[in-house]
Design a protein around this ligand. Structure first.
Ligand code: ATP
Ligand code: MG
Length: 573
């Protein structure tokens, strides 16, 4: 492709709205343009990168035995009513009516549509296992679209769905997908981790997320230093240390004045103790009902764990004034003793002795609070966020906390959807059985952003070779010299003839501008035909990733460069 004929509107200015590198560089490099909040146009370069990711995903899905199809993006409400998600899904589901006043939504995911297809078309055990997938635009009316392609409202996803005769067979399908995902992200050249994950609104019992490691990631991952254990903090289990041999004797409960002391640290200091001896009481709205959650004063509530422990669909922190209006509990002075709302306690709280807690009266706390004696929670369990001081739940080794970007998520769904939608097949013994399902997503457009987040420098993007929109950029630095132009043009043609994807910078621009643009758009290899060619008949090759530069005979260049790129790609297969 000739640069002069391609729409690559690079800019020097840093766009004000872009907070993270991938967003900034995708805009500056002329890969995407924003239409409106959460909606982006893929310009030609951006579309090429997207298609690269999609091609690798498609190849590996096919290799794993999945079949590609394409489902409608618009979905009728009645399917969602059957599954129960029309009520459950919340405002991320964009709902609308057609001219006949029938309800529809834009597909945020396709469990309902595919289950409907399966119950019609997969009638016999002989057709199973089946794994069907598509690469398609999804719409989710995200509350805060941000970070460019990272969290859009409209985005490209690969979603696959497996149908099996039994739980055991479904586990096999899940394993096949897990391996395929490892291959995909390895081939894309990304540093990633598969972690145990929460199942979210999709439902199901068991899931893994694939995370690209990057400091700007929205997720926190817990990785064991000693074994293979890795989990999203939303899921990471906390193991309690063994009980101390000697327990402090329980003292009497005493109400003390703590005027203006609303923060755990202040109360602890005022009472001559430490935050780990304070019970922190946080009020949440769980499916519309206020609940109080207890953790040790130096810990944080993990809201996904809270949601799962309560079996709630949605859990959100309640603002202080709301708490007061609905429950008459004074924020900053709340505590578990004689509390009037539902009480959930972290397991660790139950082992505390003579703790400090709010007295549910403004300006007062209680000392000598003892769980079991002074209050009994409705639910207890693992409620708090893991910290770097916790130990691995599997092997007891130390843990590392790090940030990641979720690029893929695989779920064992079980029979939730097939039962709700009565999707059955005839088994070998003649009985009708519900499909055992799995579902498997990859954020194809998010992968492009995640790859850039992980691979960039102050000059621009550094694309891993497998997903670069072009593998090589040829810079003609002698646009006014006819011989140089001919040589550059010939090299461009030779490289293409050797099967490479080449961008030819034939623009009438200064060398400095061409170098800057080449660095910005991140093409892995840059070839310059300029002075060195004019003087010595040699061209210069530079790697964007390492900055290494070498020169070679013009006559050998096409052969050597194509061999090098072929080898590098083959090493990733
Ligand atoms: P998140 O927690 O980031 O919202 P999710 O758990 O809702 O993700 P899934 O329903 O598992 O996501 O969707 C499959 C994949 O689609 C995700 O792993 C992610 O890579 C991608 N994805 C999800 N939401 C978005 C979005 N708003 N913009 C871009 N990609 C997305
Ligand atoms: Mg989401």
């Amino acid at each position: 492709m000739r640069y002069s004929q391609m729409l690559i509107p690079t800019t020097r200015e840093t766009p004000a709205e872009a907070e993270i590198a991938s967003h900034r560089l995708l805009l500056r490099g002329g890969f995407i343009r924003k239409l409106t909040s959460g909606l982006y146009t893929f310009l030609p370069l951006g579309l090429l990168a997207l298609q690269k990711v999609a091609a690798i995903v498609r190849e590996e899905m096919n290799r794993a035995g999945a079949q590609e199809l394409l489902l409608p993006m618009v979905q009728p409400a009645d399917l969602w009513q059957e599954s129960g998600r029309w009520q459950k899904y919340g405002p991320e589901l964009l709902r609308f009516k057609d001219r006949h006043q029938r309800d529809y939504c834009l597909g945020p995911t396709h469990e309902e549509v595919i289950t409907d297809l399966a119950r019609r078309e997969l009638r016999s055990y002989r057709q199973l296992p089946a794994n069907l997938y598509q690469i398609q635009t999804k719409f989710r009316d995200e509350i805060r679209p941000r970070f460019g392609l990272m969290r859009c409202r409209e985005f490209v996803m690969k979603d696959a769905y497996s149908f099996d005769v039994s739980d055991e067979a479904a586990s096999k399908s899940y394993e096949i997908m897990r391996e395929a995902y490892h291959r995909i992200f390895r081939r894309l050249g990304l540093e990633f981790r598969a972690v145990e994950a929460d199942s979210g609104t999709i439902g199901g019992s068991f899931s893994h997320e694939f995370m690209v490691l990057a400091d700007t990631g929205e997720d926190t991952l817990v990785i064991c230093n000693g074994c293979d254990y890795a989990a999203n903090v939303e899921k990471a289990r906390v193991v309690l240390p063994p009980e101390p041999a000697e327990r402090e004797e329980a003292a009497a409960m005493v109400k003390v004045a703590t005027p203006g002391m609303k923060k755990v640290e202040r109360v602890a200091e005022f009472l001559g103790t430490t935050p780990d001896r304070v019970i922190k009481t946080m009020v949440y709205l769980a499916d519309g009902e206020p609940v109080a959650a207890l953790v040790r004063g130096d810990r944080e509530v993990q809201s996904v764990k809270l949601k799962n422990l309560l079996g709630a669909d949605e859990v959100e922190p309640m603002p202080d004034d709301e708490i007061w209006k609905r429950t008459r509990l004074p924020a900053g002075y709340m505590g578990p003793v004689d509390i009037t709302i539902r009480l959930v306690a972290d397991q660790e709280v139950m082992g505390m002795v003579n703790a400090v807690a709010g007295a549910n009266e403004k300006g007062y706390h209680l000392t000598g609070v003892n769980p079991g004696r002074d209050f009994r929670p409705d639910v207890t369990g693992d409620l708090r966020q893991v910290t770097a001081d916790d130990r691995c739940p599997e092997c007891g080794a130390a843990l590392t906390l790090t940030r990641g970007i979720e690029v893929g998520h695989i779920f064992k769904l079980g029979t939730g959807y097939s039962e709700a939608m009565n999707a059955t097949f005839q088994d070998s013994d003649g009985t009708e059985k519900h499909f055992v399902m799995g579902c498997y997503g990859i954020g194809v457009s998010r992968v492009v952003a995640a790859a850039i987040e992980q691979n960039h420098d102050e000059h621009g993007i550094i694309f891993p070779l497998p997903l670069a929109p072009f593998q090589v950029i040829v810079l003609n630095l002698g646009v006014n010299n006819e011989a140089t132009c001919r040589a550059a043009e010939q090299l461009y043609n030779d490289l293409r003839a050797a099967g490479l994807e080449v961008l030819y910078d034939d623009r009438d621009e200064r060398p400095g501008a061409k170098f800057k643009d080449a660095d910005l758009i991140g093409i892995p290899y840059r070839v310059t035909v300029g002075r060195t060619w004019e003087k010595e008949g040699r061209i210069e090759l530079r790697s964007r990733a390492t900055g290494e530069t070498s020169t070679m005979e013009y006559a050998d260049a096409a052969g050597r460069i194509s061999a090098m790129i072929r080898d590098e790609l083959a090493a990733r297969q």
